[in-house]
Design a protein around this ligand. Structure first.
Ligand code: GLN
Length: 538
């Protein structure tokens, strides 16, 4: 049977529960155990798919097509384990499942209540499909004491009783602040947070104390005494210079060993920290750098392009250099400023996006990259904009546009069901694409002797998608005659997946999101190649 590790947070949010959980997963795996990570989100949205990146950061997409919390991205990047639809749940989803069941009369006339019906559904979710795992790490979003998180905390309390306390471990992550004015480290917020947790029936087994500076032993002893936790299980996590140091730092603090001790398990092999040490060294010590412009709508919020920022950093790691991101807000980008703003960058990236705002600036920036032979990577919306730019300026289809934001015009980008309605027979893949998102992993076939084939070194690739609109394949010949090649297609040859320019050192657009599959210990080839091209530019 799997052992369950529950990670809660206290005092404030954003302390790095996701990163701590992901680092622990890496360490346990490295010691020879099989680990699964799950996230329980207390908000009422059914999934984060419809939430604005301004509010909640990036929406992370899994292979099986779920739109999930960005923490699942951390999990995948650090543990290497591919997340599934069933690894992220929200209060909204739990309630909608319970209410559906209620409408079908499946509660047989009983009064439906938070306890036991909501908590039972949460427990089902935690346990589902975990029989083959050694460990299941479940992170509870938000902090203890939030109204929304109560049913989750109650459910994990019950869960540990159900499976036996020796099979469940509670980790609580809190803040230990340093007060500059009095030059003191304070343990009180931690004490209060643990008190809060205990008042709802959970005694933490391990406390991870996030702190700006090392926590002296007497302070740790105090936390141990007041919070009723063995001193060895009061683990400090001091701010790291790069997130890649996190697994090393938790290893040094013996977090994994304390977890194994709790479950009376032995390490099957020594933990291997060498890959993390290597990339930490590159990240911290490399002096050489390239400037890459990201032109998008949400650039002001750091987490909105989390996986993308990470993937670019990974591309830097594989080329032994630092990637400086020059974030440009597409809505504020005036055509007259483009030359000036882009003069010091060695690569231009247009990420995924939705809606009309900021499109003209993006299109102009793409034209600049094409004409000045600056390495360009267009992701999803970025590829669609590159198609529109080329159609307008090279094919001279001045009204070329997407039906996503222009009712009139030549819809080179559109919805497949719109094309079907206009009498054309189009059949994409076997999934329903009409007006819904194409989500999750799809195959693409790469053209012989193309640049993209060189990048992937493979004919068949699988990449994750999250979009509604498609490039109309019927324009393929027209584009190719002018030098823009459709170098990757869906297996049935109906959907353009990749475009590239013939007479350009590196100009690639992809309909999918390669950033979701890049990992620090295994950088994605597309990002490694893009950064390499940027390095060789000028
Ligand atoms: N808005 C575009 C579409 O739906 C692109 C989406 C994206 O970039 N993820 O097709």
């Amino acid at each position: 049977m799997a052992r369950y590790i529950f990670v809660t947070g206290g005092v404030v949010s954003s302390l790095g529960k996701g990163l701590s959980s992901a680092s622990l997963a890496y360490l346990l795996q490295s010691r020879g155990y099989k680990v699964r990570l799950r996230k329980l989100d207390p908000y009422l949205n059914v999934d984060p798919g419809t939430m604005s990146p301004f509010q909640h950061g990036e929406v992370f997409v899994t292979d099986d097509g779920a739109e999930t919390d960005l923490d699942l991205g951390h999990y995948e990047r650090f543990s290497g384990v591919t997340a599934k639809k069933t690894d992220n749940i929200t209060t909204g989803k739990i309630y909608s499942d319970v209410l559906k069941k209620e409408r079908k009369g499946q509660y047989l006339g009983k009064t439906v209540q938070v306890i036991p019906h909501i908590t039972d559904r949460i427990k089902e979710f935690i346990k589902h499909d975990t029989s083959k795992e050694d460990f299941v790490i479940c992170e509870i979003g938000g902090i203890v004491g939030d109204i929304e998180s109560l049913p989750f905390v109650e459910a994990i309390r019950q869960f540990s009783n159900d499976i036996g306390k020796k099979n469940a471990l509670f980790i609580h992550l809190t803040l230990v602040p340093y007060l500059k004015a009095s030059d003191e480290i304070k343990t009180k917020p931690t004490q209060h947070s643990v008190k809060e947790l205990r008042s709802i029936g959970i005694q933490p087994d391990i406390i991870i104390c996030r702190s700006e500076r090392p926590i002296p032993l007497d302070h740790r002893k105090k936390i141990s005494l007041f919070c009723n936790v063995d001193i060895k299980n009061v683990i400090e996590t001091v701010d790291v210079k790069t997130i890649y140091e996190a697994p090393i730092s938790f290893f040094n603090q013996k977090l994994d060993i304390q977890v194994l001790n709790y479950f009376k398990l032995k390490s099957k092999k020594p933990a291997n920290l060498n890959p993390w040490k290597k990339i930490t060294k590159i990240t911290l010590n490399t002096k050489r750098h390239v400037n890459i412009a990201i032109i998008g709508k949400y650039v002001e919020l750091k987490d909105a392009y989390k996986s993308l920022d990470e993937a670019l950093t990974h591309g830097g790691i594989s080329n032994n250099l630092k990637v400086n991101l020059v974030r440009i807000d597409s809505e504020k980008l005036k055509v007259s400023e483009i030359k000036n703003k882009l003069k010091n960058v060695s690569g231009i990236l247009i990420p995924g996006g939705f809606g009309k705002r900021g499109t003209e600036g993006k299109i102009e920036a793409i034209r600049y990259a094409r004409k000045n032979k600056i390495p360009f990577l267009g992701i999803c919306y970025g590829m669609q904009m590159a198609i529109i730019e080329f159609a307008r300026n090279q094919l001279k289809i001045k009204k070329a546009t997407s039906s996503e934001f222009d009712k009139v015009g030549v819809h080179i980008i559109g919805l497949m069901h719109e094309w079907e309605k206009s009498g054309r027979k189009v059949k994409g893949t076997d999934k329903d694409l009409g007006g819904t998102m194409r989500l999750g992993s799809y195959d693409a076939i790469l053209k012989d002797k193309s640049k993209i084939r060189d990048v992937y070194k493979s004919r068949l690739i699988k990449e994750r998608h999250r979009h509604r609109y498609e490039v109309d394949i019927s324009y393929k010949e027209k584009f190719e005659k002018k030098g823009l090649i459709f170098s990757g297609l869906s297996p049935d040859h109906k959907l353009p997946e990749i475009i590239e320019l013939k007479n350009h050192p590196w100009f690639i657009g992809v309909q999918f999101h390669p950033e979701f599959k890049s990992r620090p210990l295994n950088p994605h080839p597309l990002f490694s190649s893009f950064i390499k091209a940027a390095k060789n530019h000028r």
